[in-house]
Design a protein around this ligand. Structure first.
Ligand SMILES: *Cc1c(COP(=O)(O)O)cnc(C)c1O
Length: 355
């Protein structure tokens, strides 16, 4: 089988999705399956739907379109605040979108009306991570503005933490979001369908809180795919952390020195490299490189060391393993590595354990 390839274990992904759905569901929190890291892959999207997730979310319209055109039976949510020039495709392909700019919601309203549909929005509130979101003091006025728009339904409020600023979604932040939801409902006499508290980083809050308050939804990506929470990247008990594997192949294997010889200048990426002297070692070169994967996010499953990489090569110290040309080497991937592999056209995508 050709390499490099990513093997995606559909059984393990499904198990993780079901387990998380039940766990969060036990305290009344629904889970939206986030598909951006897998680029809206229809086979995985189908597995999420079969595991009980009836809303799928992606940051890109192109991925939502891919899933819709594959016939995935779910509601679709656009995670990234709409790009203004794509407003028409947003109402066309997404049922719900996360928003933080009233001018953009106005534009969605215009296209919803001309297409004769109602588009739902969730207003994002800034709680300190400093990526997207309205300042809480602007929420009430924005809600007022949204409610005056035709073709738009305010479906909820939400927040996103631990993405840009690394800020923890703790008890205080979740209580505050709950209180904002309560205020809006009271002030405007409405019921919010979603109070969406965050992402895979909300696990430790969820496990420790005695009262989830008004939080009734989370949007999960990484914990489904990689089986970990995202504040400390600790495995979540009962989940698989090895649903994805990157497989590459040895294209050269020779005993060579561990330190380059000659006058040291810049490498392929403009850095001046430094190397540790390990004496003579078995250097195995793999037919995979930075054009395929974010190499710093790879962990070999066997006892070999990654010495470095260029666009098309990874260089290993094979240590005690007698790697031969044509042998396969298997890696675990972190989120960044998975994102790069799924996005690279050079990596073959293979499903395993697909019932
Ligand atoms: C990516 C994203 C998520 C999912 O985050 P994970 O850490 O993968 O669970 C949730 N919400 C928003 C707005 C996102 O952009």
């Amino acid at each position: 089988m050709t390499t490099p390839r990513i093997e995606m274990d559909i059984g393990k992904i499904s198990h993780n999705a079901k387990t998380l759905n039940e766990l969060y569901g036990s305290k009344g929190i629904s889970v939206i399956g986030v598909t951006k890291v897998i680029c809206g892959d229809p086979t995985i999207a189908t597995a999420l739907v079969k595991s009980g997730m009836n809303i799928l979310a992606d940051s890109r319209i192109a991925n939502i379109r891919r899933m819709r055109e594959a016939g995935i039976q779910a509601r679709f949510l656009l995670l990234r605040t709409p790009v203004p020039s794509q407003a028409e495709s947003v109402v066309k392909y997404a049922d719900i979108s996360l928003n933080s700019e009233l001018s953009v919601v106005k534009s969605l309203s215009k296209f919803a009306l001309s297409n004769n549909i109602t588009h739902k929005i969730i207003l994002m509130v800034e709680l300190g991570d400093l990526r997207e979101g309205l300042m809480p003091s602007d929420l009430e006025d924005t809600v007022k503005g949204v409610m005056s728009l035709k073709g738009i339904e305010l479906a909820g409020i939400g927040t996103n933490l631990a993405c840009f600023g690394g800020i923890k979604p703790d008890e205080e932040k979740m209580r505050y979001l709950s209180s904002l939801a309560g205020d809006i409902e009271e002030r405007f006499g409405l019921k919010l369908e979603f109070v969406s508290g965050g992402n895979s980083a909300n696990y430790s809050w969820f496990m420790s809180t005695e009262d989830v308050g008004r939080i009734n939804n989370l949007r999960l990506g990484e914990s489904i795919y990689l089986g970990c929470e995202t504040l400390y990247r600790k495995p979540i008990p009962g989940l698989y952390t090895d649903a994805f594997a990157l497989i590459a192949e040895v294209i050269e294997s020779k005993i060579k020195p561990s330190v380059p010889y000659g006058e040291v200048c810049q490498d392929a990426f403009g850095n001046v490299p430094e190397f540790q002297d390990r004496g003579q070692i078995r250097r195995a070169i793999l037919g995979v490189g930075l054009q395929d994967v974010l190499v710093s996010g790879l962990t070999p499953r066997s006892d070999v060391d990654i010495l470095g990489a260029s666009s098309d090569h990874i260089i290993l110290d094979a240590k005690q393993i007698d790697l031969k040309v044509g042998d396969e080497v298997v890696f675990n991937l972190n989120y960044g590595a998975l994102l790069s592999v799924m996005t690279s056209p050079y990596v073959r995508k293979k499903y395993v354990n697909n019932p």
